[in-house]
Design a protein around this ligand. Structure first.
Ligand code: ADP
Ligand code: MG
Length: 475
């Protein structure tokens, strides 16, 4: 089937399968609400700017995290963990993410929630072990033949669908690439067109296509298209130098967790994941400790040869009080292991029973032997003004316009319920504004929202009122 649709001109065929999307990608959606957080926003002396790197207020906690970052960088934090305690919506997750940003770009950040360990299929300790593996990155350098340039043309060619007789399919796509030295027109396989759509590539973007695998990567927008009103988040890159077709050293980031699962499910192909996926010859379908040790051994070989570099990342366990005593014991052991990532824990509990025990009450529901290893940082509640600033920051990131009354109202909502509630009103309110044909969110949208939805406190209050009504009626 492939043959009838693949490239047939002088340009090499690009019909290899796309590299598998690894499960690390799925986790990135959890980080999206924090996309405005770029770091801890500290001065070189370690003091917090009032508003810095997208972070507003919370200066004590940010400075404390800064100290932890210094300890990690000077390798004095091994065997220890950072524990963030504070009410919901006070920026614990945001702080954890900021710490990982401070450790460097492309440092893996693996967030999980304590209760994720309770699955019927996988052992509790296995879930923790996997999270730790996903938080250790491996940067691999390899030289590849690629086509690189600014996209000057992107034309899919349609043909009758040979299978159904109805509709059309893309038979190939013609893409024009331009560099400082010249231009080239490529005729590519439709699978690559899918990748192009997925990466949202349009004319004017700088991209590269790997010759062997057909993997497409968007580098950024050509700076010829830069305009002052464009989004800040866009990266502008110069027109590539040299020829369109060239050899280039590419850097690929994977995690040990990716390698474990790739080796547990070996697949054919020539992209890096399948090559790395056949490091260990086996017919295994499950990640075992033995497989992990074998992967470690091969990785160590690569590191010794200078082909790869280990990038320790951050594993973030939210709602850590949901772990039970068995997990806590295992966590102690994981912290001791030689290749451990930085561990950040978070909870909003005070004194509580350690799960899995009947009589051990401990601060934050964390056993004392683990607490002894922790540096504890507390997050404070926000003022109305700070909530207003965070709401405005998020609105800017999401491209929403707010009238001043709306900002004031949301800050008030945030103060009386929580920052998170105020932030969560933004998107649905923007839908209401859009339906009413307005570009700006007005007070009426927020009021309509309040009619449609309840915040947690009102909801709880209403239910307890109802209950008393019910019991009155029953008596
Ligand atoms: N100080 C802050 N500055 C900017 N944004 C913040 C700040 N604190 C929290 N946020 C944002 O508010 C939302 C809720 O915070 P989050 O970190 O999830 O709270 P927690 O984990 O403590 O429940 C997130 O979108 C977060 O990015
Ligand atoms: Mg959180």
């Amino acid at each position: 089937m492939k043959a009838s649709t693949s490239a047939s001109t002088a340009t090499p065929a690009h019909n290899a399968p796309l590299p598998p999307t690894t499960s690390s990608n799925a986790r990135s959606s959890r980080i999206a609400p924090h996309s405005h957080i770029k770091g801890l926003g500290l001065t070189s002396e370690g003091y917090a700017n009032v508003d810095g790197a997208g972070f507003i207020g919370q200066t004590n906690a940010r400075e404390a995290c800064g100290v932890v970052v210094d300890l990690i960088k000077s390798r004095k934090f091994s065997g220890r963990a950072l524990l963030l305690v504070g009410a919901p919506g006070t920026g614990k997750t945001a702080l954890a993410l900021a710490v990982s940003h401070e450790l460097g770009t492309k440092v893996p950040f693996c967030p999980m929630v304590g209760s994720e360990v309770y699955s019927t299929e996988v052992k509790k300790t296995e879930v923790l072990a996997e999270a730790f593996r996903r938080a250790i990155g491996l940067r691999i350098k390899e030289t590849k033949e690629i086509y690189e340039g600014e996209v000057t043309e992107l034309t899919p060619t349609e043909a009758e669908n040979p299978l159904s007789g109805y509709g059309k399919t893309v038979s190939h796509v013609v893409i024009g690439l331009k560099t400082v030295k010249g231009t080239k027109q490529l005729r590519l396989d439709p699978t690559i067109y899918e990748a192009i759509l997925k990466e949202k590539i349009v004319v004017g973007d700088v991209v590269y296509i790997e010759q062997q695998t057909g993997a497409v990567k968007r580098v950024g927008r050509s700076d010829a298209y830069a305009a002052s009103y464009d989004l800040e988040s866009e990266t502008y890159v110069p027109l590539p130098k040299g020829e369109v077709h060239k050899r280039k050293e590419l850097v690929q980031d994977v995690t040990l967790g990716d390698l474990d699962s790739a080796n547990a499910r070996p697949q054919g192909g020539q992209d890096i994941m399948s090559v790395m996926g056949s490091l260990v010859k086996s017919g295994r379908t499950e990640v075992t400790d033995k497989l992990r040790r074998e992967v470690n051994k091969v990785v160590k070989g690569y590191v010794d040869q200078g082909v790869a570099e280990v990038v320790p990342g951050v594993v973030f366990i939210d709602e850590v009080h949901m772990l039970d005593i068995e997990c806590f014991t295992y966590l102690n052991a994981l912290l001791e292991s030689p290749m451990a990532p930085t561990v950040i824990l978070a909870t909003n509990r005070g004194n509580s029973l350690v799960r899995g025990t009947t009589d051990i009450v401990s601060p934050h529901g964390v056993p004392v032997d683990l607490l002894d290893r922790c540096m504890i940082v507390k997050t404070d509640a926000y003022t109305r003004e700070q909530i207003g600033k965070v709401v405005q920051t998020r609105a800017n990131v999401e491209g929403l316009k707010l009238s001043p009354e709306v900002l004031n109202k949301l800050a008030g909502e945030g103060e009386s319920s929580s920052l998170r509630y105020a932030l969560q009103l933004l998107t649905p309110a923007s839908i209401l504004a859009h339906l009413a044909g307005r570009a700006q969110i007005e007070l009426e949208d927020i009021n309509e929202m309040n009619e449609l939805f309840l915040d947690a406190k009102t909801s709880a209050a209403m239910i307890s009122e109802n209950r008393s009504v019910d019991t009155e009626m029953a008596s």
